[in-house]
Design a protein around this ligand. Structure first.
Ligand code: HEM
Length: 338
């Protein structure tokens, strides 16, 4: 990405699309040991499936009716799901063939290798079913790409608007890394960047709610929630509640996180949950945070960012909160040693 940007200095760049390619490549390489191009078809099918899920998720269905009559969207979803399954089977077969042909002595120790290993377990009790294997891959492709894609996009938007925070973040990055590539020890010291990430997650966290099914009837204040009800408690409601965050709740103020999350939330753990809470919280939180910090550090080491007049603010929810018309910025080189 940065190599490509060298030819676009002083010009407008649509960073949401740039980060789509970057985050697709990162999750493909780290979790699946492949490239974005290999996973491209899966990403494309998942995107179409996601649009359909998004359109239909709040529609009411009558139980059992789907068995007798299927809507066009449902038929299309089934076709897409089958396409994704075929793609996953193909990459499973590739890993299995490498072991059978003696090109590798195991299925690999990346996320996908562990799944293929569990899928080939001879013990029926431990064996992962094909359906579970496909579902795990779908979750990782979607959860591992779109979320960081959105987060990086919204952070760059904020840095382009709030030049003082961009400068503070850059000073910190240069103090810690100079013109070296980011390293893990330095990543843990990025305090200002952590504040900027948290504030962006509060205002434009990729997940706006946590889907749950009510296990047994429960009373919530005046509400009685029956068992099996699907609910979507909105964390965005908590993140933008003036009682929790004060009158400037809608403003970008990373300084609220200067003394950590506990202090910012006045020790109310559930006031800030961009990665969820409890046993189902995000398994990719640390991965996502490190990926975001590396990408931002490398950009800030090289470029100043200003907002292009072409940018139109229009966040839209398509499972994650994304900029409907992209994020257009102009980058100028810093003229250092890169
Ligand atoms: C900014 C980035 C990210 C955000 C904001 C985010 C947020 C979330 C949220 C809110 C949940 C649901 C938690 C719940 O229901 O309580 C979740 C689940 C999950 N996330 Fe993330 N996520 C991010 C990045 C990632 C990445 C990079 C990966 C993979 C490498 C990942 C993998 C997962 C998985 C597998 C689950 C399902 C966990 C389960 O159901 O047990 N996420 N994430």
């Amino acid at each position: 990405m940065l190599e490509k940007w060298k030819g676009q200095e002083g010009q407008e760049i649509e960073v949401f699309q740039e980060f789509r390619l970057l985050t697709s490549e990162v999750i493909s390489k780290t979790a699946f040991g492949s490239s974005y191009l290999e996973g491209e078809k899966i990403f494309a099918l998942l995107y179409k499936l996601k649009i359909l899920v998004n359109l239909n998720m709040s529609k009411t269905t009558i139980p059992f009716i789907n068995k007798l009559w299927k809507s066009t969207d449902l038929l299309e979803s089934e076709k897409l799901a089958k396409g994704i399954q075929d793609c996953v089977i193909k990459i499973v077969k590739k890993r299995e063939d490498q072991v059978v042909n003696g090109e590798a002595d195991s299925f690999g120790n990346d996320f996908f290798g562990l799944l293929v290993d569990a899928y080939n377990d001879l013990d029926e009790k431990n064996k992962l079913s094909l359906q579970d294997l496909v579902d795990e891959c779908k979750t990782f492709y979607i959860a591992g790409q779109e979320t960081v894609n959105s987060l990086l996009g919204w952070i760059v938007l904020h840095l382009a608007i709030y030049g003082d925070w961009q400068e503070k973040a850059r000073r910190e990055v240069i103090d810690i890394f100079g013109n070296q590539n980011p390293h893990l020890e330095g990543i843990t010291k990025l305090k200002t960047m952590t504040m900027i990430i948290n504030e962006t997650l509060r205002l434009y966290g990729p997940s706006n709610g946590l889907a749950r099914t009510v296990a047994r009837e429960v009373q919530l204040g005046k509400l009685v929630l029956p068992a099996k009800l699907d609910i979507l408690p909105l964390n965005i409601g908590l993140h933008r509640d003036p009682h929790l965050w004060g009158d400037n709740v809608h403003l970008f103020k990373p300084e609220r996180f200067a003394d950590g999350i506990a202090k910012a939330t006045n020790y109310t753990a559930a006031a800030f949950l961009p990665f969820g809470l409890g046993p189902r919280s995000c398994v990719g939180m640390t991965f996502a945070t490190i990926e975001t910090k590396i990408a931002l550090s490398m950009i800030l080491q090289r470029y100043t960012i200003t907002l292009s007049p072409a940018y139109v603010h229009s966040p839209i929810l398509i499972l994650t909160v994304r900029p409907q018309h992209g994020i257009q910025v102009i980058i100028e080189p810093l003229h250092n040693n890169f």
